[in-house]
Design a protein around this ligand. Structure first.
Ligand code: NI
Length: 185
């Protein structure tokens, strides 16, 4: 189990469309372990494999409150099969866009179909933070970032800031005192 580096924008890999997972084997379990270690360390409540440079349709998540028991979740090849007309707005952050937060409006509830770590098909209806997080992470495996849901002007400003930082070789770091729930993933 290893804590891996999280890719930061403007890393082009973050724009890749990830490939479906076909083998539910030991290397997959090892990758899932690395993702949980990396996600909890960040800290974040969700992580897509592409954020550690692995272009496969795999997501880890834990939306449990800070002092509650852990609720680790794994979604493999997830697909949103239904979303509500009702929407909700949440101030999102992303481990690949450190210390930038913006309100994003998304469907308030979604039904997601996915495979678990044993390769068994599952279905989950989610609302609240879990629904937001699932949509944020499924965006990642499709090469979409939460800043794609905000205004063009704001997005251009964020991209400029991070492109400048990358050129200087300065890696923007996360403030450790931030609540994990702020870093959707
Ligand atoms: Ni993210």
């Amino acid at each position: 189990m290893a804590i891996r580096d999280i890719l930061i924008i403007p890393d082009k890999k973050l724009r890749l469309v990830s490939e479906p997972i076909k083998s539910f084997d030991a290397p997959l379990r090892a990758l899932v372990d690395d993702m949980f270690a990396t996600m909890y360390e960040a800290p974040g409540i969700g992580l897509a494999a592409i954020q550690i440079g692995e272009p496969v349709r795999l997501i880890t998540m834990d939306v449990a409150k800070k002092d509650d028991p852990k609720e680790p979740r794994v979604f493999i090849n997830p697909e949103i099969v239904w979303s509500s007309d009702e929407t909700s707005t949440y101030e999102e952050g992303c481990l690949s866009i450190p210390e930038y937060y913006e309100e994003v409006e998304r469907p308030a509830s979604v039904k997601v179909r996915y495979f678990d770590i044993d390769g068994k098909e599952q279905e989950l209806t989610a609302d609240g933070l879990l629904a937001t997080c699932i949509q944020h992470e499924i965006d990642h495996i499709n090469g979409v970032l939460f800043i794609d849901h905000i205004s063009k002007l704001k997005r251009a400003m964020v991209m400029k800031k991070f492109t400048k930082a990358a050129k200087k070789g300065v890696a923007p770091s996360l403030a450790k005192d931030k609540e994990p729930s702020h870093h959707i993933g």
